[in-house]
Design a protein around this ligand. Structure first.
Ligand SMILES: Nc1ncnc2c1ncn2[C@@H]1O[C@H](COP(=O)(O)OP(=O)(O)O)[C@@H](O)[C@H]1O
Ligand SMILES: CC(=O)OP(=O)(O)O
Ligand SMILES: [Mg+2]
Length: 600
């Protein structure tokens, strides 16, 4: 089932299209500078200027791109649902909600609490509902992951009636990102979430930090609105609440105060340069004192929260960083962690400087080897979390993949087959015979032929065995152990092409028989993948990995060899014995569990 996730920001529309059976990302892109004459759609194939004067225009361009000939969604009705990130749903909308008129109305009402986000989120929903009118739309709220904050964390120390009557309390935001960080950290550390205490820092345009205990958010820095807490691109974060009152008394209008604290403060206000951390970092390196101050205030505030949350949790097993700044700024991570040795934090500065989450399957450890508190950098994936919630909402809880980083690998069950050499093909089918194509197999350029051969062994024979073309240098016969017993041969477990010392067999075709002296193997299970996919998994060619098989015959399969080649597509090959033992078919997926042995 295909799910499109749309994340509409103030100036951009980001989207991801997933095949949720495997969580494969079929397309991803964004339209930048929405609302201007320069709206640009950036996608896998490059970038196009589009008519994106409003969100509807941007979504039309995205739809046209997805449904183009040869695109990932040739038939728009193949879409199962559209998921929308919505920042605030107030008290009424917390769990993922199918969008209808009532939901739209509540999101509109909550715009007062998230002025930078809800209006554009709603515009995105309305435009997408117009463009994709046939499918369900689901709103997934930033607040959901914080729904279990305890009362002592969500209550402000103001008259309790204000909570009871007006719902004034801490809600917390960036839920999908904090959840993703927690799940990734648990997978990386090989410990169940229920045994972990984590401090997760999402540092992007907006920034927030959460304390997560047993997988539950127990404290978070954003409040009633996404204005409280850390220093952000244009938002002030924490400040004495008397300041806006003073400004109001001096005649500043409420709308202007809102504008000041939401759009003209934070890094932009302190530095006078703008909201982009890269520009500020560059200016600071050039000696600009206001840029330096902006970074110092940013880091100081974050350290304060990290220390406070360590106290809240009674210590932390890991600190996790993500978001444009968290993922990319070694400077910020280094300054935040400086002097936190009292709570077990020590960075491996070299790893901090050089390692990138994106190059290590989305998560990388940058703490010193024996430091008790791990420091992790994660490439967040809010959209994947949202897509899962959409599936839960539309199809039901069983539809979602449990593993977090969920990197499922499709399975191809490889039935016994033969690869022929030119000479053996001639002997079996006649000189110069050209085998004809029946159907493609998953690896590009390879196909099953209409012709078959019989295998004749000392104990028995197996008729009409498939041939896979193109021809090879040496004939190779791949059988399952059960087949080998039938034939009366005893081939070793081998990788394709490694045929020294393997037993032979007789092949029988319409034009004659050949006795091959060697070439019979039990194919070693393996995964084909492209270099991009390998990078995504954080594995290298010839690494040995483990995968988990879910289902009625759940098991872990080790000794799976990774084979990387630009022409490979992601696919794990097992033989029929292995497939039957594990209940796998060619429609199954397995979950990547980790590297068992790196290539020596
Ligand atoms: N290499 C980098 N070094 C420092 N900061 C970076 C780097 N790359 C991106 N950033 C910062 O990340 C922030 C944007 O974060 P991001 O998570 O992409 O934004 P958003 O919250 O809008 O989705 C910007 O301040 C940007 O300058
Ligand atoms: C809630 C919030 O601040 O989101 P963003 O970081 O996308 O602005
Ligand atoms: Mg963000």
């Amino acid at each position: 089932m295909r799910v499109l996730v749309v994340n509409v920001g103030s100036t951009s529309v980001k989207y991801n299209l997933y095949e949720m059976d495997t969580e494969a990302r079929l397309a991803a892109g964004r339209v930048e500078r929405v609302g201007t004459a320069d709206a640009t759609h950036i996608h896998e194939g490059g970038s196009d200027r589009i008519d994106g004067r409003d969100v509807t225009g941007a979504l039309r361009a995205i739809l046209a791109h997805l449904t183009r000939e040869g695109g990932p969604l040739p038939d728009p009705t193949a879409l199962a649902a559209v998921g929308h990130r919505v920042v605030h749903g107030g008290e009424q909308l917390v769990t993922p909600t199918p969008v209808d008129e009532r939901a739209e109305r509540i999101i509109e009402e909550c715009a007062a609490y998230a002025p930078l986000h809800n209006p554009v989120n709603l515009a995105g929903i309305r435009a997408a509902r117009a463009v994709f009118s046939q499918v369900p739309h689901v709103a997934v709220f930033d607040t959901a992951f914080h729904a279990q904050l305890p009362p002592h964390a969500y209550s402000y120390a103001i008259p309790h009636e204000l909570y009871l009557e007006k719902g004034i309390r801490r809600y917390g935001f960036h839920g999908p990102s904090h959840q993703y960080m927690a799940l990734s950290a648990a997978e990386h550390l090989g410990t169940h979430l229920s045994r972990l205490k984590l401090i997760t820092c999402h540092l992007g345009g907006g920034a927030s930090v959460s304390a997560i205990e047993h997988g539950v958010s127990v404290e978070t820095s954003m409040g009633m609105t996404p204005l409280e807490g850390l220093v952000m691109g244009t938002r002030a974060g924490d400040l004495d609440p008397a300041i806006p009152m003073l400004l109001a008394k001096q005649g500043m209008a409420a709308g202007d105060i809102d504008e000041l604290l939401n759009r003209r403060s934070g890094l932009a206000g302190l530095s006078g340069i703008g909201a982009d951390f890269r520009d500020i970092q560059q200016a600071a390196e050039g000696g600009d004192p206001r840029a330096r101050l902006a970074i110092e205030v940013f880091v100081h505030r974050l350290r304060k929260y990290v220390g406070a949350y360590a106290a809240t949790l009674g210590g932390a097993d890991a600190i996790v960083f993500t978001g444009g700044i968290g993922e990319n700024s070694a400077l910020v991570r280094s300054k935040v962690c400086e002097g936190l040795i009292f709570m077990g934090v020590a960075l491996d500065e070299r790893a901090n400087e050089t390692k990138r989450a994106a190059d290590h399957g989305g998560i990388v450890e940058i703490s010193a080897h024996r430091a008790p508190t791990k420091v992790l950098v994660v490439r967040t994936d809010e959209e994947r979390m949202i897509a899962r919630e959409v599936m839960r909402c539309v199809v039901g809880p069983t539809a979602t993949i449990r593993s977090v980083r969920a990197r499922p690998i499709p399975v191809g069950v490889s039935v016994r087959h033969v690869h022929l050499s030119r000479a053996d093909c001639d002997a079996l089918f006649g000189p110069g015979y050209e085998l004809t194509k029946k159907r493609d197999v998953t690896q590009p350029g390879q196909y099953v032929t209409r012709e078959t051969v019989d295998l004749v062994g000392p104990k028995g024979e197996i008729r009409r065995v498939a041939i896979i073309n193109p021809l090879r240098k040496q004939t190779q016969v791949e059988v399952a152990r059960t087949d080998a017993i039938t034939l009366g041969v005893s081939p070793p477990l081998r990788e394709s092409g490694k045929l020294e010392g393997t037993p032979g067999l007789t092949l029988r075709g319409p034009a004659g028989s050949v006795e091959i002296p060697s070439g019979v193997i039990l194919a070693h299970r393996h995964v084909h993948m492209s270099p991009d996919e390998a990078r995504d998994f954080g594995v290298n060619d010839r690494d040995v990995i483990k995968v988990r098989v879910d289902g009625d015959r759940e098991m872990t399969m080790g000794d799976v060899i990774v084979r990387v080649h630009p022409e490979f597509t992601l696919d794990m090959h097992v033989d029929t014995d292995e497939a039957n033992a594990a209940g796998l078919t060619s429609d199954s997926v397995v979950a990547f569990e980790g590297v068992q042995e790196p290539r020596e």
